[in-house]
Design a binder for this molecule. Sequence first.
Ligand SMILES: [Zn+2]
Length: 171
Amino acid sequence: MKSAIAVVALLTACGPGQGLNDRWTVRKPVQVIIEDQPLDSTEARRALAEGLRQLGFQTTETGAGQTITAVRDDCTCASCNRNTAAWVDPVSYDVIRVCDRAGVAARDLGAARAADLILKHELGHVLGLRGHTPSGLLSARLDDHADIRSFTQSDITAICDAGGLASPVCL
Ligand SMILES: [Zn+2]
């Protein structure tokens, strides 16, 4: 086991979700766009596509009206601190901003695992979750879900309860 790291992937105090009612629907595929950012691009794309599939989405390589983008960010947001690995743009809610700290996590945890832990967590915020869960991928501290690679049932319930996702997994 690697030494404990304290990477906190959080989204707090970035304002309430606005008009998110069923904003995301599995009736349309999602295009995942990975820009230059600190995580391995291939693993980042895989992790997001995998997380989306688990929630009932298909992904596409072409523009589909629903996109999720991962970009590098200097992470000076109001809720960011030195442990923040990534955060979600509080205006569009479809941009995951990845901090250089995520690169440190990738060195500690491996590229694939770091992409799962950080990007699937942020995907939960993109899809509507504003807070965190006590356990699972959507717990606030990466240390608290370092062995979890996919959404737990409580993660899925929390995302569904947030009201932004229209998917059979929420029925
Ligand atoms: Zn979070």
